[in-house]
Design a protein around this ligand. Structure first.
Ligand code: EPU
Length: 425
């Protein structure tokens, strides 16, 4: 196993180019199962998670090749409709093959994902939605076996809580169903907009893009896709916070500022200068070194366009360096404070009370490097941010978590002037 070593305390300066979004790439790759032929996806990040879903699709008979950031996927010959435990346990997003497999083959067998580091994360909304479309779902030996005779039938589906992957799974099923499907209280994340754009280029009929009510008019057949993956807003947000936390100045390029409405306002509230241009965001926190330091800012995670849970840990790392007390309220996942104990090892003063964490800032130079352990993807990136800002050396073990979602992280951080490298554990 490898660990990440950071010699911290250096302000980051320069530009960083954002890769394609992991959480858009996964549903869009899965959606190529909907119809045979050669699909062309551009701006696809080469990550542990994108490799995992491609490996899963290979076991189903899919053939693919990568040319730079383009993936050409041929799903003409499907020989399996199963997502085995070994795959689903390494990546829950494997459940995204359910909708396309049901739409194309009328059957799918998927290992039921268990809980994970950030919470229980059930898939009951997915299954209830499929049942509404006429699918029979049986749970046997840890697997969900879903079958339908003929085409699915359009229906009205309502989610108690807007779920990102349930919305995606049901959309990819409804596009080939007979009649109209309405998804109410649908999630509105930009990644869903990307999936809708892909499905429309394939011939699907969907209205309500960007809203919480999606209306899908089922069609009898689709064509192969040609689409680009949107920029990764969580990666962009992570670098913005990293530059800010070190009191640096830089530009995050090839991103969409409009996908980060909540974070940009929270950074401004902390006293950081943020300028939005077309496809790039400039950030300047150099005045923090000489002036009062970061102001304390509260955040509450919410479905999009609220503050993203995937940027909660990173903002908390920043708030450990503020000059006041801030409250972080996590409303999406019940166990998403795994980074707290690790940040405490670096000197952070954080108290957890249920879903709320109270963070007493120690000032911009308040953290000190320490050996810490990565527990999940976004928790790991908060440790990277803390390590970059802290004085001295931080060793982050289990960095395979980071590699699930951050493309070329070491190279990108080095380009910003960070002293960071990988070592064998
Ligand atoms: N929920 C249920 N039942 C369901 C589905 C969801 O109770 O059937 C609950 C969840 O337990 C959670 C809430 O609904 O409390 C919202 O979860 P959601 O379903 O939206 O999460 P997800 O689709 O499993 C995606 C991202 C996550 C991101 C969340 C929230 C992908 C592949 N994953 O997960 O990304 O945190 O939405 O925005 O898109 C990450 O990238 O690090 C990551 C965890």
């Amino acid at each position: 196993m490898e660990k990440l070593v950071i010699e911290g305390g250096k302000p980051l300066y320069g530009d960083v180019k954002i890769s394609g979004a992991k959480n858009a790439a996964l549903p869009l790759i899965a959606a190529t199962l909907l119809v045979g032929g050669r699909h062309h996806l551009k701006n696809v990040p080469d990550l542990r998670d994108t490799r995992t879903i491609l490996r899963l699709m290979e076991t189903m008979g899919v053939v693919w090749q990568r040319n730079g950031d383009e993936l050409i996927i041929d799903s003409s010959d499907l020989k399996s409709h199963e997502a085995p435990y070994e795959m689903v346990k390494t990546m829950r997003a494997s459940v995204l093959v359910l909708g396309p497999l049901l739409a194309r083959l009328g059957k799918a067998k998927i290992s039921l994902p268990g809980g994970c580091a950030i919470g229980a994360r059930p898939i009951n909304y997915h299954l209830l939605g499929f049942e509404k479309l006429g699918v029979t779902c049986n749970l046997e030996n840890g697997y969900v076996e879903a079958v339908i005779e003929g085409r699915m039938k359009g229906a009205v589906i309502y989610f108690d809580i807007p779920s990102v992957t349930a919305t995606e799974n049901l959309l990819t099923a409804a596009v080939l169903a007979e009649g109209t499907t309405t998804i109410k209280n649908a999630a509105r994340e930009p990644e869903i907009g990307n999936l809708i754009d892909m499905l429309i280029t394939m011939g699907a009929r969907i209205e309500g893009r960007g809203t919480d009510k999606l209306v899908v008019e089922g069609v009898a057949s689709l064509n192969p896709a040609q689409i680009a993956i949107i920029p990764d807003r969580i990666e962009a947000g992570t670098y913005l916070i990293a530059i800010a936390a070190t009191g640096g100045k830089g530009k995050v390029t090839h991103c969409k500022p409009e996908h980060l409405p909540a974070l940009l306002e929270k950074l401004r509230a902390a006293g950081i200068i943020v300028t939005e241009n077309e496809n790039e965001i400039e950030i300047d926190a150099t005045h923090m070194q000489s002036e009062a330091g970061f102001k304390e800012v509260d955040i509450t995670t919410m479905p999009y366009p609220g503050y993203a849970t995937d940027l909660q840990a990173q903002f908390m790392a920043l708030m450990t360096m503020s000059n006041g007390v801030s409250v972080v309220n996590e409303t999406i996942f019940e166990n998403r404070f795994m980074h707290v104990a690790e940040l405490q090892r670096m000197g952070a003063d954080i108290r957890i009370n249920g879903s709320r964490a109270s963070v007493k800032g120690r000032g911009i130079n308040g953290l000190a490097g320490a050996p810490v352990m990565a527990t999940d993807l976004r928790a790991s990136s908060s440790l990277v941010i803390a390590g970059l800002a802290a004085s001295g050396r931080t060793d982050i073990s289990r960095i395979y978590h980071l590699e699930r979602g951050y493309e070329f992280m070491v190279e990108k951080l080095r380009k910003l002037g960070a002293s960071v490298w990988k070592e064998k554990e």
